[in-house]
Design a protein around this ligand. Structure first.
Ligand SMILES: Nc1ncnc2c1ncn2[C@@H]1O[C@H](COP(=O)(O)OP(=O)(O)OP(=O)(O)O)[C@@H](O)[C@H]1O
Ligand SMILES: [Mg+2]
Length: 248
């Protein structure tokens, strides 16, 4: 279980101070698929960057199964797969396979483990045909699939995706969605940000709504529907922001 406890993060932009995440508390239970929504600049990426130990909060604490994630950085990183939007992190001069092998080796996997994992991922994402082609020249969707495979190479039990389907075509988005459902069946925890409400509605157990760094809603999707007597996420999101329901 991931617990965010009264976490704040601000950035100093010349003379201005931006409160990217403002006294945020939330709990992400194991095995849940959690969708993160909010307007541009709401603090989603900043929250995800803190969850995966890329940046530290100014205040507050984040724990994974009771342990502070910053004092157990290495263990936490081994358990997590992380993908930030279109920052694929791939080396264009290497083939897809070579990229995956490289990232696998960074996690200390044996070549046998890497081979099996690549085989499984290539099959799952339909990447076999281009596994041995250089990444430069790949289409956006091909690249994104390899990038997703890269985040999964070490078989993490928690995955964080920041806008994973932005720019993907319908087929690639569907592959991603199927992957989420499959991953969920395996009991993994998935947290992803998106601006596509359908993805939340179709995939998520829980939703986190952020607005200007603060929490507007955190909890079960069904509970939200019941509480607000509507299943229209677009409407719910807008009305909550307009009403300014702040769960702090
Ligand atoms: N490294 C940084 N330096 C300065 N300001 C930053 C930095 N990172 C984030 N911010 C600011 O923090 C706020 C939250 O940004 P963040 O990227 O977390 O939002 P977001 O919800 O991911 O938005 P989007 O939907 O556009 O991706 C914004 O005002 C942003 O300008
Ligand atoms: Mg973002």
């Amino acid at each position: 279980m991931l617990v965010v406890d009264k976490v704040s993060k601000q950035f100093k932009d010349k003379k201005q101070i931006v409160k990217a995440v403002d006294y945020l508390s939330l709990t992400i239970p194991e095995g849940h698929v959690v969708g993160l929504i909010g307007e541009n600049g709401a603090g989603k990426t900043t929250l995800l960057r803190m969850l995966c130990t890329l940046i530290a909060p100014d205040e507050g604490k984040i724990t994974l199964d009771g342990n502070d994630i910053y004092t157990h950085k290495e263990q936490v990183r081994k358990r997590m797969g992380v993908l930030f939007g279109s920052e694929t992190g791939l080396y264009s001069r290497l083939t897809a396979r070579e990229n995956l092998e490289y990232f696998g080796s960074l996690y200390g996997m044996t070549s046998h483990e890497i081979k099996n994992q690549i085989e499984m991922l290539a099959k799952r994402f339909g990447m076999r045909k281009y596994l041995d082609r250089k990444v430069e020249g790949f289409s956006k969707g091909m690249m994104q699939k390899v990038a997703i495979a890269r985040t999964l190479i070490h078989n993490p039990d928690i995955v964080l995706f920041d806008e994973p389907t932005t720019g993907l075509d319908i087929t690639s988005s569907n592959i991603f969605r199927e992957f989420i459902l499959q991953f969920k069946k395996e009991g993994k925890t998935i947290i992803f940000s998106t601006h596509i409400m359908d993805e939340i509605a179709q995939l998520c157990d829980d939703v986190i709504m952020m607005h200007k760094g603060q929490m507007v809603y955190e909890g079960g999707l069904e509970e939200l529907y019941e509480q607000e007597n509507s299943r229209d996420l677009n409407y719910l999101f807008t009305s909550k922001i307009v009403r300014g329901d702040l769960y702090v």
